[in-house]
Design a protein. Structure first.
Length: 378
């Protein structure tokens, strides 16, 4: 029944049977998630068409020519390894002997995003958990580190010569966000499922930080020390400006969006100068750069507590919601993911509020069980 579902040929009864099988235990769901996620990862990477998947799946009594999507991680896998997972998963699913009963529709559960939280890893490897209500006050000799749930972390450099750079790592998990002030006064907002590595105190000639995920910067101007943001596939150099960096490892592009000032983006030996209201996209596979005009405020709206989207596909919106609410989206009908939405909603609303909003403005419906959201066409 799984191949029929993926091809859009399953009957209502077969679809219900698959749904019930998935809900029997987490093991079934995990297998199906891997099966579907591998397909999407390859499709997203542009590698799917290079593999004769139909022939491979046919050998295990099935054929897969339509994508069903699970959103959590979309890291790019090698074609050989991915095809192996698909074949194994298809074989297991097709040879499951247990026939599930028809089960009732699930009620959407109340899932809220949590408040500010993060984990700070010090230079000696010790970790400090930063959650709402917690406070930090550490004297590290060359810098005083303070923090609370309102102001976030604040690094205050002392009048001391820096002999060697020491780095801290701030990790923000799913359903979290955090704000911090670096030792030079630069303010950084860190989005969910992101990390920033930075010197406790910057050196005399440059200011460098390293990002995976998404962060917004308000950089203090210092003509003698350029501020450099490193991501896995690009480098952004500024003197003083406000800009957003999106560099999640499971996304197809790295995006640098400029609100104020000027920046230079470097990737694969090429430089791109951008002005306010422009965005550079760096393809994480080919490393090609593309500069375009955008509504820059939309790309930084998350730091002001908003989901602000215009003409965004549901499959892309699901990725953002997955990170913020710590859930997985599972598209029963792949076509649902192509529907587009426009709107602005506060991020502190519950997941149920968000899903109700989408349902009222489209022909999709949702079912939530624990941390999995299933998406159906009506």
């Amino acid at each position: 029944m799984i191949p029929l579902l993926l091809q859009g040929k399953a009957t209502d009864e077969q679809e219900r049977a698959v749904r019930c099988w998935l809900e029997e235990n987490e093991g079934h769901l995990e297998i199906y998630r891997k099966y579907c996620a591998v397909y999407y990862r390859l499709y997203y990477a542009g590698e799917w068409k290079k593999i004769d998947v139909s022939r491979a799946i046919k050998q295990v009594k099935g054929k897969n020519d339509r994508k069903t999507i699970v959103f959590r991680k979309r890291k790019l896998l090698s074609g050989v390894a991915a095809l192996f997972l698909i074949c194994i998963g298809a074989y297991w699913l097709l040879h499951s002997d247990k026939q599930p009963e028809v089960c009732p529709q699930k009620v959407v559960e109340q899932i809220n995003s949590e408040e500010k939280k993060a984990i700070l890893t010090l230079a000696d490897g010790k970790q400090v958990e930063l959650v709402s209500g917690s406070a930090v006050d550490k004297d590290l000799g060359i810098v005083q580190v303070t923090g609370d749930s309102m102001a976030g972390l604040v690094y205050r450099a002392k009048d001391t010569i820096v002999k060697a750079l020491e780095y801290h790592l701030l990790s923000v998990p799913r359903a979290g966000e955090y704000v911090m002030t670096l030792s030079d006064g630069t303010k950084v907002w860190i989005n969910a499922e992101s990390e920033i590595k930075y010197p406790v105190v910057f050196g005399p000639d440059k200011r460098e930080v390293f990002i995976t995920g998404e962060a917004f910067f308000e950089v203090v101007k210092d003509s003698l020390r350029p501020f450099i943001v490193h991501t896995p596939n690009a480098q952004t150099t500024v003197l003083g400006t406000s800009f957003n960096v999106m560099a999640y490892p499971d996304e197809r592009h790295t995006e640098i969006t400029l609100l104020k000032g000027a920046v230079v983006v470097e990737a694969a030996g090429r430089n791109q100068y951008i002005k306010p209201g422009q965005q550079v996209q760096v393809d994480n596979v080919s490393k090609e750069m593309n500069c375009r005009e955008v509504n820059a405020g939309r790309y930084a709206s998350w730091k002001d507590g908003l989901f602000d989207f215009e003409g965004m596909k549901l499959e892309d919106l699901a990725v953002e919601l997955s990170r913020w609410y710590d859930v997985d989206f599972f598209f029963i009908h792949a076509a649902s993911g192509q529907k587009k939405f426009t709107g602005a909603i506060k991020r502190n609303n519950s997941l149920q509020f968000m899903l109700d909003f989408i349902e009222k403005t489209s022909d999709v419906r949702f079912e939530v069980k624990e941390n999995v959201v299933r998406v159906y066409n009506r």
